[in-house]
Design a protein around this ligand. Structure first.
Ligand code: CUA
Length: 313
């Protein structure tokens, strides 16, 4: 079984993955056996009962009880096994243990934001403890997204105006990739995140230290770091390339023409407004697709990003 998994699937790193894989292999192997059996029978019979002469006539057979019961009962048993196994597995996947550690997830075009009980926020990086059930309570800020961790065999749609959830328990420390599996626009394929599985001790250390790094850092450096951390770089380049959004290069104090013809100077207030209420003013040639970072970035962080943009002339 583990051999099959190694050969066909990504590594199984959650407590529920093994059962999911076992059912997958059962369906797969049964289907292959049936396919081979039927194919061999078709070839064999078409040879054995081929027409041998002009007056060869097929005898009329109205029914055969034994045969009909056999081909009904065997598939019924197989289908009931798959149903029972699948249903109990589904219930396990849908029912988070009551002691699960809860993390809020917000999907935005095109990034994943994670909010922890301690108030920490991380973007495109999900930090969790090993050997402990983790429940994700998820919603979207804009369109449909879907949260998928192949290594854990868990996937759930993330919707606006409604919470969905999923849970998993990582069985080993390390990193696993998160995909968005609902087509959500231009940068859908870049809507990736990484799960970092820590020991309980390291996880607590991470909770204590994460987010406090900005205090004594150089604002320009901190700004550059935030642009990566908060996935601004998915849509805004720093080297002049035009992605889904305008480049940061040469942005500072430039004259910007908006879709409604208004001309704005890209000063502190313009950049701040663009981060907090991105759809108030839309630059000509671009679509109103940026999510708001209100509640995600604080004033100090916005200052740092502005300082960084200033250096990109
Ligand atoms: Cu979000 Cu695709």
């Amino acid at each position: 079984m583990n051999r099959l998994t190694e050969y066909m699937l990504p590594p199984a790193r959650s407590v529920t993955a093994e059962n999911t894989d076992a059912l997958f292999h059962f369906i797969n192997v049964t289907s292959i056996i049936l396919l081979l059996g039927i194919t061999v029978a078709i070839l064999l019979f078409s040879w054995k009962y081929r027409r041998r002469s002009e007056d060869d006539v097929t005898p009329v057979i109205s029914h055969n009880n034994k045969l009909e019961i056999t081909w009904s009962v065997i598939p019924l048993i197989l289908v009931m096994i798959v149903f029972g196994w699948g249903f109990s597995g589904y219930m396990d996947l849908r029912t988070a243990p009551s002691d699960a550690y809860e993390i809020k997830v917000i999907g935005k075009s095109w990034l994943w934001e994670f909010h922890y009980e301690t108030g920490n926020v991380s973007v495109n990086e999900l930090h969790v403890p090993v050997d402990r059930p983790v429940k994700l309570v998820m919603r979207s800020d804009d369109v449909l997204h879907s949260f998928y961790v192949p290594d854990y065999r868990v996937k759930m749609d993330v919707l606006p105006n409604r919470y969905t959830s999923l849970w998993f328990q990582a069985t080993e420390t390390g990193e696993s990739i998160v995909f968005c599996t609902e087509y959500c626009g231009t940068a859908h394929s870049n809507m990736l995140a990484t799960v970092f599985v820590h020991s309980q001790e390291d996880f607590e250390t991470w909770l204590e230290t994460a987010g406090s790094a900005d205090d004594d850092m150089d604002p320009v450096e901190r700004g550059e770091q935030l642009v990566t951390q908060y996935a601004c770089a998915t849509c805004h380049s720093s080297d002049g390339r035009s992605l889904s959004g305008p480049t940061f290069q040469g942005l500072w104090m430039s004259e910007r023409t908006m879709v409604d013809g208004e001309v704005v100077i890209a000063d502190e207030n313009y950049i701040r407004e663009s981060i907090l209420e991105p759809n108030v003013r839309i630059t000509e040639g671009y679509d109103p697709v940026m999510p708001s970072f209100a509640g995600s970035l604080n004033d100090r962080q916005i200052d740092a990003i502005i300082e960084y943009i200033k250096t990109l002339q």
